[in-house]
Design a protein. Structure first.
Length: 573
């Protein structure tokens, strides 16, 4: 290359060397006879100094111009030890403009205040920021760690198709019309699930893939229509074997990016315990704040909202005094999660106040303080209702409280396994049970005898990796027994015609000798977001979609020409 060094490379040991650098103009400072330019590239920032003898060189230079400079490395008088290059500067002898730049729509600074859609419209400018490039470096390093650990453990990287067959169950597919096969469609993969199981039948033994996946779902801060998954599967293995491998990945990445050295096995928490204590199947354990069952305390209560209830009474109590505005925010969160508000009581040095405080007996006050181990100050939030509804809402309030009071340390990580998930979940719209994970998930031994008749209580041999309140991945033991598989299809009310049409090609492979196997899919976007302390997965994806599923930079999705549609035999309305 023409350049001799990059902009993050030079230090005090290079003083006296003649160098040639190339990069972008970050900032220009004119100070009398001396002019300074901060020059930036992917690797860092180097300060340039242009003395009066060469001052004409700077007259036509503007921020974000791409330039080439020659000069000599000299020691800086005013050092900036926060920069790797902060002890030196380049005494410039020549500047040439490689390319000019118009005035950018926002300043390319770390404390950027531009709207997210503006940043995404000019994503190529947003990506010039050091923090954004650092996110991509973290992601690339993650992939490198995944590959090194899995290949060391004899996993083979295999690519599976993007164009596959649409199948029922699960999220909505993205469909791709086939020009050569009129009125027929491919489906983009929601995951490589069926293909990776076929690889086990093929004798591959241990497979992995950094796979692109596609789901036509509503979006949120940790979800995109296209995402990247670390996919893996193991033959002659159980879920326990998979969890051991994934724990190695977790521990190595936490050590690399967070400096957290975990020696012991990760915590395992059954699904029911997670719902009971945290109201959610992906609890953030960086803060405590558990949900409590309060029926015993209020068994003979005179609190109006609780009198005569036959439903659970659940609550949380934080050792903080909530203000009116905070209560209003939490009330809105409760409503968004199925509760019509909640009752609350505050205690400050023995003095009680709040919506239900005057209705509490002295005995109830004492028991509340004992139950939540509150010493002096605190706020209790409680409600009665159906167990699942009230648990979900209290879980959401718990998360909201943690945000209000900054209870979660960004530099901390609390990974855990959530296990023993329900095998089925109730579909209210279709009035039937459907597979909670997918219809190829093995029931646990405790449910093998009656999983298809006792659906509400059937337990899956499934496991989720959770870090800091985010589900990072899901896995399961797969069904390889044809009889159990048929019982599962019957349990989710898939007819033989539907099974043959959608899964016949897959089930046929099981006639030819299948090893028992287990596997997992892990979300790389979420993992990278946590490792880099990013606020959203959009920050760790080079060119993401916004909350409406649109790429503001190129306006995808967009209309296409009628000729293209006619070639696909499609008419639009």
């Amino acid at each position: 290359m023409k350049r001799t060094h990059n902009c993050g490379q030079l230090n005090i040991a290079n003083v006296g060397q003649a160098v040639l650098l190339q990069g972008w103009v970050k900032k220009i400072r004119k100070m009398g006879a001396m002019n300074f330019i901060d020059m930036r590239d992917f690797y860092g920032i180097t300060q340039l100094i242009i003395d009066e003898a060469h001052s004409e060189l700077i007259q036509s230079i503007r921020p974000e111009y791409v330039i080439e400079v020659t000069g000599t490395v000299v020691e800086r008088k005013s050092k900036n030890l926060e920069l790797p290059t902060g002890e030196i500067e380049i005494k410039v002898t020549g500047i040439s403009i490689i390319n000019q730049s118009e005035l950018t729509p926002f300043q390319i600074e770390e404390d950027l205040e531009a709207l997210e859609d503006t940043r995404m419209t000019y994503r190529y400018l947003d990506l010039r920021r050091t923090s954004m490039q650092q996110h991509l470096k973290v992601r690339a390093k993650l992939n490198s760690i995944f590959r090194s650990v899995l290949e060391y453990n004899n996993f083979l990287e295999v690519e599976t198709p993007y164009f596959g067959k649409s199948t029922p169950e699960g999220a909505r597919d993205f469909l791709v019309p086939s020009r050569l096969n009129r009125n027929k469609f491919y489906a983009l993969p929601q995951s490589p699930q069926l293909y990776k199981q076929l690889l086990m039948i093929s004798g591959i033994d241990r497979y992995y893939q950094i796979a692109r996946c596609f789901r036509d779902e509503d979006l949120r801060i940790d979800r995109q229509p296209e995402f990247t998954q670390l996919d893996l599967e193991m033959s002659f293995a159980t879920g326990e074997d998979v969890m051991v491998i994934v724990e190695e990945l977790v521990k190595k990445t936490l050590k690399e990016f967070k400096g957290i050295d975990i020696k012991e096995p990760l915590l395992r928490m059954p699904y029911r315990e997670a719902i009971k204590n945290y109201g959610i199947d992906k609890p953030d354990l960086r803060y405590d704040l558990k949900i409590h069952d309060l029926e015993e305390i209020f068994s003979n209560t005179t609190v109006k909202m609780l009198v005569g209830t036959a439903m659970p009474i659940r609550g949380i109590m934080i050792d903080q005094l909530l203000g009116k505005r905070q209560i209003e925010e939490l009330t809105e969160t409760a409503k968004q999660n199925g509760l019509n508000g909640f009752g609350f009581a505050k205690v400050e040095n023995g003095i009680w106040s709040g919506s239900i405080a005057s209705q509490l007996s002295e005995q109830e006050k004492v028991k509340i303080l004992e139950e939540f181990e509150v010493i002096s100050n605190g706020t209790l939030l409680l409600q009665t209702g159906p167990y699942n509804v009230i648990s979900q809402a209290m879980g959401a309030l718990r998360i909201h409280l943690a945000r209000i009071f900054n209870m979660a340390d960004l530099n901390d990580c609390k990974p855990l396994w959530v296990t023993d998930f329900p095998l089925f979940e109730w579909n209210e719209d279709e009035q039937r049970f459907e597979a909670a994970h997918h219809p190829f998930t093995m029931p646990k031994d405790c449910s093998l005898a009656d999983f298809d008749t006792n659906k509400a209580n059937a337990v899956a041999y499934a496991y989720d990796l959770v870090i800091n309140g985010y589900e990072i991945g899901s896995g399961s033991q797969r069904i390889t027994d044809p009889e159990i598989q048929q019982r599962m299809f019957d349990a989710v009310e898939l007819t033989s015609e539907t099974v043959e049409r959608n899964f016949g090609w897959f089930m046929n492979a099981y006639k030819y000798g299948a090893p028992y196997h287990a596997g997992m899919g892990l979300g790389i976007d979420r993992w990278a977001m946590i490792m880099s302390n990013a606020e959203s997965i959009r920050d760790v994806i080079a060119f993401p979609k916004n909350s409406s599923g649109i790429d503001p930079m190129n306006n995808a999705p967009d209309y296409v020409a009628e000729k293209q549609l006619s070639e696909l035999f499609i008419k639009t309305t």
